[in-house]
Design a protein around this ligand. Structure first.
Ligand code: ZN
Length: 220
């Protein structure tokens, strides 16, 4: 794939930043696309921009505030309190309904216009937050749908799909961006970069993975 171009759906968080550098290794040319969809932690787009600039990657930002208002969720609704513990039966209220469906559809149309057929997304089924649109079956199904709908051959790449959070940290380390991911990304739903607020679901997942990886790393 070294002679081809890729578009990374890029939020500026741990996962998509790791994907950005993975794509830089795997493809000849990389472009990044971020969305402002009404998220309370919209600062993530500024972090995304700074990282893309550092990586020498062309960065596009699109405004799609509609996504945040379509389905009720605590990432875009300022009056709603965030679920901090994983519910047992249903997905948490931090799930933005349709987010990856729209993001990947928009990214595919955009990529197609640019003559790019590889799309990279940081979704993972292993250590995920209970979001149905992070699962492999959804991505594979959407890939088929996109190609039917656009009459094209877009390929959705999910390098983190089967990695847990500790393995995602290991991948960042292997790519030489462990410190950058640790200090300069914004994963926290409360908009605090690096280690974050520590208690939102995104911070909890990130920290557990980091602690597990550091234990393995220190033994080496
Ligand atoms: Zn947080």
């Amino acid at each position: 794939m070294l002679n081809e171009k890729a578009l990374v759906v890029f939020s500026g968080g741990q996962d998509s930043t790791t994907c950005l550098f993975w794509a830089k290794r795997e493809f000849k040319e990389v472009m990044a696309l971020s969305f402002r969809y009404g998220q309370k932690h919209v600062k993530e787009v500024e972090y995304a921009h700074a990282i893309a600039e550092k990586a020498g990657i062309e960065h596009h930002v699109m405004d799609i505030p509609l996504i945040g208002t379509l389905g009720r969720n605590s990432l875009t609704d300022p009056t709603m309190e965030m679920d901090e513990n994983k519910p047992v039966t249903s997905c948490p209220n931090t799930f933005v309904p349709g987010r990856n469906l729209f993001f990947l559809s928009i990214a595919s149309v955009f990529a197609n216009e640019q003559g790019i057929k590889h799309i990279v997304t940081g979704v993972s089924e292993t250590d995920y937050s209970g979001y149905p649109d992070c699962r492999d079956a959804f991505i594979k199904s959407l890939n088929v749908t996109l190609n039917l709908g656009l009459e094209t051959q877009v390929i959705l790449h999910t390098p983190l799909m089967w990695l847990d959070k500790a393995e995602t940290w290991a991948l960042a380390d292997e790519l030489g961006v462990f410190d950058l991911v640790r200090n300069e990304t914004l994963t926290c739903y409360n908009g605090i970069p690096g280690e974050g607020c520590g208690h939102c679901p995104a911070c909890q997942l990130r920290r557990e993975g980091l602690e597990k990886y550091l234990e393995i790393r220190n033994k080496k």
